[in-house]
Design a protein around this ligand. Structure first.
Ligand SMILES: C[S@@+](CC[C@H](N)C(=O)[O-])C[C@H]1O[C@@H](n2cnc3c(N)ncnc32)[C@H](O)[C@@H]1O
Length: 238
């Protein structure tokens, strides 16, 4: 090696080794993330959805579902025990995530309802216009990537006499809580299957094909405020 070059070459080698180490660490983290997303995240999300505070919110809306029902983001079937089986003639369970559907198997088997799975995302509801009596969405509007398109689809499939029932967490009206929701949103989404803390649910519902008929909003008990501001109610398609 020509004199004087040893030092810069050594420095270059050290630097590229550092870069290689960084890439290796990055790929390792991605692999771990893959394991997390495949095996841990669905169970964590399902666990979070089974808390008593969340059950209280389900009890407010799910028993009102009637006729032919479309549940968007069926998840692991936590709403099933809350349906009034005497009022529901059929349930379309829309759930795009296979790994989450598996967690619903026991609840589906135990349910008296006639359940048809739809394996597509909420942005692509494969049902006829005006064919559904009740659209039920619980704790899913936070996760659907293109929520405006999904809401327009839900409005499209509802009969004129039909209603959308919802219970969703979202943006708090309290400035300090909202600030934390905005701060935590990115990391929360990475760990919680793409869940957003800071969606303005009533504004999104009324801005995308619905008129609000009933709306309640409050913090759920025993739940951190940033994840526990819950909107529940009923809306009709316009
Ligand atoms: C927090 S879980 C709630 C599940 C269920 N609704 C409940 O109340 O227990 C959110 C659900 O939304 C589903 N999801 C994600 N992306 C979606 C999409 N584009 N359309 C419909 N559902 C979606 C997830 O797979 C997951 O099952």
């Amino acid at each position: 090696m020509p004199a004087g070059l040893e030092e810069p070459v050594d420095r270059w080698i050290t630097k590229t080794n550092g870069v290689k180490k960084c890439w290796r660490a990055y790929y390792k983290a991605l692999n771990k993330m893959g394991f997390y997303q495949k095996h841990i995240e669905p169970r964590l999300v399902s666990l979070a959805c089974s808390s008593p505070a969340i059950a209280r919110e389900r009890r407010k809306v799910v028993p009102h579902a009637e006729g032919v029902v479309l549940e968007v983001g069926f998840g692991s079937g936590h709403n099933l025990p809350f349906y009034d089986a005497g009022k529901v003639t059929k349930l379309f369970a829309l759930e795009p995530e296979e790994k989450i559907k598996k967690l619903a198997a026991k609840r589906v088997a135990a349910s008296p309802l006639e359940i048809d799975y739809l394996d597509l995302p909420g942005e692509q509801i494969p049902l006829e216009d005006r064919s559904i009596d009740t659209v039920l969405v619980t704790f899913t509007m936070c996760t659907i990537p293109d929520l405006p398109t999904a809401l327009e689809g839900m409005a499209r499939v509802l009969k004129p006499s039909g209603r959308m029932l919802f219970a969703e967490h979202g943006l708090s009206p309290d400035g300090s809580v909202a600030e934390w929701q905005n701060r935590l949103n990115g990391i929360w989404g990475c760990l919680g299957g793409g869940c957003n803390l800071n969606r303005d649910i009533p504004a999104l519902v009324t801005g995308n094909g619905f008129q609000m008929e009933q709306l309640e909003a409050q913090y759920a008990k025993n739940t951190p405020k940033f994840a526990g501001y819950i909107f529940s109610g009923r809306a009709k398609a316009i």
